[in-house]
Design a binder for this molecule. Sequence first.
Ligand SMILES: NC(=O)c1ccc[n+]([C@@H]2O[C@H](COP(=O)([O-])OP(=O)(O)OC[C@H]3O[C@@H](n4cnc5c(N)ncnc54)[C@H](OP(=O)(O)O)[C@@H]3O)[C@@H](O)[C@H]2O)c1
Length: 272
Amino acid sequence: MNPLITLIGCGKMGSAMLRGWLADDDLQADFAIVEPFHDHLGWTAAYDNVSRYDSIEACAAVGRAARIVVLAVKPQMMDKAIAGLGSLAGPDTGYLSIAAGIPTAWFHDRLGDQAVVLRSMPNTPAAIGKGVTALYARSDAPDSMVALARQLLSAIGGVVMIDDEALMDAVTAVSGSGPAYVFLLAEMMTSAGIEAGLPDALARQLAEATVAGAGALIEDSDEPPSQLRINVTSKGGTTAAALAVLMDDDGLGPLMRRAILAARDRSVELGS
Ligand SMILES: NC(=O)c1ccc[n+]([C@@H]2O[C@H](COP(=O)([O-])OP(=O)(O)OC[C@H]3O[C@@H](n4cnc5c(N)ncnc54)[C@H](OP(=O)(O)O)[C@@H]3O)[C@@H](O)[C@H]2O)c1
C-alpha cells in the first residue's frame, strides 16, 4: 500500500506543495487533505489518490495512519489545528511544519518528546516552484523521514539542510522575508525611473524585467553576484556612477544589514 501523506491546511503554500507532489512521478503516495474550506480544491477531484476532509476527526475516522503529517496552517492557527493530531499517527509517523516562527520544542511539548518533528522555512516563490526552503531535523530524526521531507519540499523549489535550529531566525530574515526586499527594489527602481523622466508604465516594465532578468542570470551563472556586478561596471561609466551611491558608507550595505537584523530579531521575539 502507498504511504499516506496528510496535509493539514491547504492554502497558498499547501496547494503549491500538493500540485508539486502530484506532478512528481517518483512520489508514489496517497494524500489526505484536511482543510475546512475546500471550494478552491475542486481540481483535486481528478486524482484518485487525493482525499479531502473538513477536520482531523473526519480524516482519523478513515483509520489510516499517516507516514508524515505536513503542517501548513498559519502559525496563529497551529494550536487549534494540531489538536487531536495523535489520532492520525501510527508508530512511524513524522511531522513536517512549514509554519514560520514555531520552534520544534513547541511541537514536542504538545506531541511528546519522542515525536519526530521537522521544521522548515519556505518562501513565496514556492508558488511557482522557485522557492528555497531551509529544513531542520533533530539529529535523532530517522534518515528515511528526512529524505521524505526533502522530497516533499523539493516540490516547491530548492532545499537546504540546517543542523542548528537557532539559525532559523536568520534564515527567515534572509530567504523567508527576502522576496519582499526584492519586490521593494523593483518598486523603488520604478519610482526613481519615473523621477528620471520615464513614463510610469515604461519605468515599471523596465524595472520589473531587470529585477527578474538579473535574478535569472544569478541562477544561471557560475559566477557570484559580486563578479556579475563587476562584469557590467565600466570605469567612469553610468553603472559606476550609480554604484558609487549604492556602495557608499551609508548606502545599501548598512541599510540591508539593519533590515535583516531587524527581521531576525523580530523572528526571535515571535518565537519566544
Ligand atoms: N506564504 C508564504 O510566503 C509563506 C512563507 C514561509 C512560510 N509560510 C508558512 O506556511 C504556512 C501556510 O501559509 P499560507 O500562506 O499557505 O497560508 P494560507 O494560505 O492562509 O493557508 C492556510 C490554510 O489552512 C487552513 N486552516 C486554518 N485552520 C485550519 C485547521 N484547523 N485545520 C486545517 N486547515 C486549516 C486555512 O483555511 P482558512 O483560510 O479558511 O482559515 C488556509 O486555507 C504558514 O504557517 C506560514 O507561516 C508561508
